[in-house]
Design a binder for this molecule. Structure first.
Ligand SMILES: O=C(O)CO[C@@H](C(=O)O)[C@@H](OCCCCCc1ccc2ccccc2c1)C(=O)NCCCCCc1ccc2ccccc2c1
Ligand SMILES: [Mg+2]
Ligand SMILES: [Mg+2]
Length: 348
């Protein structure tokens, strides 16, 4: 039984959800009653953490202190934060974070534990990278660093979601056992976004592409935007897409294990958007100049069609075919991409 005040504060959490996420708000609100609030708060707590990580105007030591203690901050009633820079996009969330904390503290202790545990791991992981990127900006040097960073900011979300699905009883315990599959669910989304966001991140003074990859093609990361490096830029982009394609079989395996319809929709829709985005950015040099987004009509059609595994597999097949059609024989990665596509087609 809840009071009017509690009802109001829960409603404002969903307002913050809709304010801070185009792509996840709708699918989170479609979740079954038993999961909806815990996943909504899981999102808001981590978006609050990410708003600290993303703010390049924050003092480095202050940022590290906040990142490493965020798992305790979420238990501090009344805590709010207004040190974010004026144009930090989700600063409002932290200014009113006391409301999020109140609702978090009303969740079942079991759900609170999952959220606090992932928040600690993610906050420490972000802190490990933040010092590197503030200084010489090559915090992500190797492909291994790239996989580790994406594990911290997105793979761990997959871990936590699988734990919440299992704890809710809507999915089997096994879904939380295979960490490799849960990790791949996050890596596929995060890595596709990192490719798509090249220009936006460059303009914000941030770079996430591993130097082990782009360093094969250019001296400076921003050379990729210059017309005289056009062929190098295209080869670098296909090298990045090749790295992401390896996660596709694991994503499809994870989705095939889901039983609950609302959980399936919640998990499948972001993945289907990501494979569509990956096909859009592949061999498309516009990504070096502007942020590409799939057309609204395309997105709506994908959402409608992603209701069961057979449809999701056929959507993946369509976009993997589009990537193979765009794959150019002159590309130094042509063969590797063909083989990655071959591995995916064995699966689908
Ligand atoms: O600032 C931005 O708007 C983008 O920030 C990116 C960044 O800073 O790198 C980056 O911030 C990452 C750190 C905060 C994670 C926030 C998050 C995202 C989605 C969730 C979905 C459900 C529950 C909790 C969630 C938590 C970001 O938002 N990247 C988008 C991809 C993250 C994917 C997370 C994820 C992982 C596994 C999943 C499995 C099934 C369904 C959804 C899943 C969603
Ligand atoms: Mg962010
Ligand atoms: Mg971030």
């Amino acid at each position: 039984q809840q009071t009017l005040a509690q009802d109001t504060s829960k409603k404002s959490c969903y307002e913050f959800l809709n304010m801070t996420s185009r792509s996840f708000a709708a699918v989170i609100q479609e979740l079954d009653e038993e999961l909806r609030d815990s996943v909504c708060l899981f999102y808001l707590v981590l978006r609050g953490l990410d708003t600290i990580e993303d703010d390049m105007s924050l003092d480095l030591n202050r940022k590290v202190e906040l990142l490493r203690s965020f798992d305790q901050i979420i238990y501090q009633k009344g805590w709010t934060f207004n040190e974010n820079g004026p144009n930090e996009k989700d600063r409002e969330l932290l200014v009113h974070f006391d409301v999020i904390i109140n609702e978090f503290l009303r969740l079942k202790p079991e759900y609170q534990k999952v959220i606090a545990n992932i928040t600690k791991l993610m906050g420490d992981g972000m802190a490990d990278y933040v010092s590197g990127e503030h200084r010489e900006n090559t915090a992500i040097a190797t492909v291994k660093d790239f996989d580790l960073y994406c594990h911290y900011v997105a793979g761990l979300v997959g871990y936590g979601l699988s734990d919440l699905f299992a704890a809710s009883g809507l999915e089997s315990k096994e879904i939380a056992d295979d960490k490799v599959l849960s990790n791949a669910m996050g890596l596929f989304l995060q890595k596709t976004n990192i490719i798509r966001d090249y220009r936006e991140d460059l303009d914000d003074g941030r770079q996430f592409w591993p130097k082990e990859i782009w360093g094969k093609y250019v001296e400076k990361f921003s050379d990729l935007t210059k017309p005289e490096y056009k062929d190098k830029a295209q080869a670098c982009l296909s090298d990045m897409v090749l790295n992401v394609l390896d996660d596709v079989p694991q994503v499809l395996t994870y989705l095939s294990k889901l039983k609950n319809q609302s959980v399936f929709n919640f998990c499948a829709i972001p993945q289907v958007m990501a494979i569509s985005t990956l096909a859009l950015v592949f061999n498309n040099l516009d990504i070096y100049h502007r942020n590409l987004k799939i057309r609204k009509g395309q997105a709506v059609k994908l959402i409608m069609d992603s209701k069961d595994m057979d449809h999701v597999v056929s959507i993946f097949r369509q976009y993997v075919f589009e990537i193979s059609r765009k794959n150019e024989a002159t590309d130094p990665n042509f063969m590797k991409i063909s083989m990655a596509i071959g591995r995916i087609e064995q699966w689908i």
